[in-house]
Design a binder for this molecule. Structure first.
Ligand SMILES: [Zn+2]
Length: 256
């Protein structure tokens, strides 16, 4: 009888599993991460910088995806290290590029808006990372949530301004995780330690967005544009050490 109950429970369990758990892969290019979402159709999140397309392409192939098969390249924002490679990787092949409406000017001009450092060290780093890239016109400008179900992915693209005006994140519902671009970053020395990003157009807004993702969206794992992944408990400890939202500047910004 017990075996019968177990068998029934197992069958019911199988029947209620989601149609596909989204497959997520990360390529760390050193200067930035690129993510592959494998659903019914593959999506690439960020392109890396200009000049690294060959590396991204061979990584895609190692995961069974020919670059031509990508349904779209979704840019978390228009900074050169995330959006600079989209011309060579996607536009040249006719693969659509999606970006936040607030970052259109950076893409069409092929350059960052002025980077606003959050620390003294970031001011020095700026000189090395503020490079121009081949300009292009994005195919889809996003200003509201976009459901990814048509691509076989249980999640959505959500505008989340703060790091830049047009920043986007990808929320994945299967495992309460999100690809968050430069909303925050991992540590240079310890990649799994959450850190304030080097540059933000509106730093107070990024703080608020993080709080919302933690407390209202229940995000457990953050996949940032640099290093990571980051766990919610560590993000809370770093950004909200008193367990409540705090206005003003997050602590710990001097740590690499
Ligand atoms: Zn950035």
């Amino acid at each position: 009888m017990n075996y019968f109950v177990c068998l029934c429970a197992a069958l019911i369990g199988l029947a209620t599993l989601p149609a596909h758990a989204t497959e997520l892969h990360r390529l760390d290019l050193g200067i930035a991460n690129v993510y592959l979402l494998k659903g019914k159709q593959p999506l690439l999140i960020d392109s890396g910088p200009h000049g690294r397309a060959a590396e991204v392409e061979s990584w895609l192939k190692s995961h069974g995806v020919a670059p031509e098969q990508l349904a779209a390249v979704i840019l978390t924002h228009g900074h050169a290290d995330h959006a600079g490679g989209a011309y060579g990787l996607a536009k040249k092949r006719g693969i659509p590029v999606w970006a936040g409406a607030g970052d259109e000017d950076m893409l069409t001009q092929g350059k960052n808006r002025p980077l606003q450092p959050t620390t003294l060290i970031a001011g020095l780093i700026r000189i090395g990372v503020d490079l121009p890239y081949p300009a292009y016109t994005p195919d889809t400008l996003i200003s509201g949530p976009v459901d990814l179900k048509p691509y076989g992915i249980n999640g959505q693209v959500v505008p989340l301004p703060g790091h830049t005006h047009g920043s986007l994140i990808v929320v994945l519902d299967d495992n309460n995780s999100a690809i968050v671009g430069d909303l925050l970053r991992g540590g240079v020395l310890n990649n799994s330690l959450p850190r304030v990003h080097f540059f933000h157009e509106n730093r107070a807004q990024t703080q608020w967005q993080l709080w919302k993702l933690l407390e209202h969206e229940g995000i457990k794992t953050f996949y940032p544009g640099h290093f990571g992944p980051l766990q919610a408990a560590d993000v809370k400890r770093t950004f909200f050490p008193h367990g409540r939202f705090q206005w003003g500047i997050a602590p710990g910004s001097l740590d690499l």
